[in-house]
Design a protein around this ligand. Structure first.
Ligand code: PMV
Length: 289
């Protein structure tokens, strides 16, 4: 038996723009998915296409049990974390000798298959390596970690990433002169944020700007507006939606001492709050004893 766990992720800057080759910044977050794999001849006990595909891809039989701290379908990368943790547990249990880069690329392949072509390589990369990740020219690279206090607000409105990405693509095709400057502005904010990680007030301001630009792309939602407003008025440095939008989650950058006040304000606005910070471990093996 082997248990592995893998973290979720948030986009700090640049979601949607990354689809058009612009830079983005994502980060591993503390909530994790734990998966225990046991050897066996029977098919996997969990009814998850991600897990089934992990066994299929690696050519072994066994069962898997999931314990997740991440809400699903909310843009926090829970399916990527399930896939990465399952592959890693299979790797441990059967001594397959896969390294992290093999796990990340196989997990992406599985996500793409299950999600019928649309998957984010960023989710599987961040879940595998953790930390702060720069997406640039469709490649991903790990940046030095930053100690940011975040509160995540889940609108509990589920969203479909593929639909939202398709919608933005269509908007751009029909209105390139309107949409391209918005994407350029998101790029500018993302690049400037890289120089301002130690100036959280400025970073927060950039999050506010990025949120407005995502709204201009048409991926806002009234519940996101509500939670973002609640976080800002209760003392956050800044707040924005994270991920595809249209529901899902928002993040607020907070002064350390105000985290619980901001979380309460998000809950009072009918969101589910998660107080979190960076995860730098990525996928890891848990002690089963
Ligand atoms: O699936 P989500 O909600 O984590 O968001 C995906 C982020 C996008 O930039 C919209 C798509 C992508 O592949 O990066």
């Amino acid at each position: 038996m082997a248990t592995c766990s893998a973290p979720g992720k948030v986009f700090l800057f640049g979601e949607h723009a990354v689809v058009f080759g612009k830079p983005g910044i994502a980060m591993g977050i503390k909530p994790r998915v734990f998966v225990t794999v046991r050897r066996g001849k029977n098919p996997p006990r969990v009814n998850s296409p991600y897990i089934e595909n992990c066994f299929e891809q690696t050519g072994v039989n066994g069962s898997a049990y999931i314990h997740s701290q991440l809400p699903s379908s909310s843009g926090l990368g829970s399916s990527a974390a399930v896939t990465v943790a399952t592959l890693s547990a299979i790797n441990e249990e059967y001594n397959l000798g896969m390294d992290r880069s093999h796990i990340a690329s196989t997990a992406f392949k599985i996500e793409k298959k299950v999600q019928r072509g649309r998957a984010s390589p960023t989710d599987t990369f961040v879940s595998t390596y953790g930390g702060l990740v720069l997406v640039k020219d469709n490649k991903r690279r790990i940046l030095p970690p930053e100690n940011l206090s975040l509160v995540i607000g889940n609108t509990m409105v589920s969203h479909k990433t593929a639909e939202l990405v398709g919608m933005v693509g269509e908007f751009r095709r029909s209105n390139p002169h309107v949409v391209d400057p918005i994407l350029d502005a998101i790029e500018a904010v993302t690049i400037r944020s890289l120089h301002n990680f130690h100036n959280q007030k400025t970073l927060g301001r950039y999050m506010d700007v990025n949120h407005a630009l995502l709204e201009a792309l048409g991926v806002g939602h009234p519940m996101l507006t509500r939670l973002v407003t609640a976080a800002r008025t209760s003392g956050a440095y800044g707040a924005k939606m994270t991920g595809a939008g249209g529901g899902g989650c928002m993040i607020a950058l907070c002064p350390k001492r105000s985290k619980s006040r901001i979380a309460k304000a998000i809950e009072a606005a009918e969101g589910r709050a998660i107080i979190t910070s960076i995860d730098t471990d990525g996928v890891r093996t848990e002690d089963d004893s």
